[in-house]
Ligand binder design. Structure first.
Ligand SMILES: [Mg+2]
Length: 197
């Protein structure tokens, strides 16, 4: 009798911003430039929308994602490469599904942070527009686990069995609908516990 390989069907999907890339400091800086004092917890995307007006947020997002200078400042999320290296070593499939409008900007930053092409490339990176398209893309690929930092995105991923809320700033409460993780170390523990790595 063959032993079932628990890793065989695992396919992990990653969001980019706020998950693999840490924008906390740059968001604080870009808000401060406009005389808005942000606490780290207020930089979480869903909270940020409630503390900064839409027109100002649009300007901040331009600098964050599109401006040639300010869009390349954000560092990697601590532990991101640790987890990607482990998945790669164990030959576990993974992909990126991001809603970044400016793909070139995303790829430029990923290159600078050593994510592209070492871990992500044209074959396993997908840029979509709407949250529902993340679900469609995840279904197409057969994603079994998805990590995102926005609750409303996870709410759309009804085709993904295991949903993870990446809550580095510890701003959300536990919820039955997803696993809340505070760090990549937390996800690593989950993967070990479930014999995935
Ligand atoms: Mg995100």
């Amino acid at each position: 009798m063959s032993i079932q390989n628990p890793q065989k069907d695992v396919f992990i999907g990653f969001d980019l911003d706020g998950v693999l890339i840490n924008h906390t400091k740059i968001k604080i800086f870009l808000a401060a430039k406009r005389n808005i004092k942000l606490l780290p917890r207020q930089t979480q995307s869903e909270i940020l929308k409630s503390v900064i007006s839409a027109p100002v947020l649009e300007k901040i997002q331009y600098e964050l994602y599109d401006h040639p200078k300010t869009s390349i400042l954000s560092p990697l999320m601590p532990g991101a490469k640790m987890i990607l290296n482990k998945l790669k070593k164990k030959k576990i499939k993974f992909a990126l599904i991001s809603r970044r409008k400016n793909q070139e900007g995303a790829i430029r930053l990923m290159k600078l942070r050593g994510l592209w092409p070492t871990f992500f490339n044209e074959k396993n990176s997908f840029f979509v527009t709407e949250a529902t398209e993340k679900n469609t893309q995840a279904k197409l690929l057969g994603i079994t686990h998805f990590i995102d930092d926005e609750k409303h995105i996870l709410g759309h991923l009804n085709q993904v069995k295991n949903k993870f809320l990446f809550d580095r700033l510890n701003v959300f409460k536990n919820d039955d609908r997803y696993f809340r993780i505070l760090s990549w170390q937390n996800f690593n523990e989950y993967l070990s516990k479930n014999k995935i790595i």
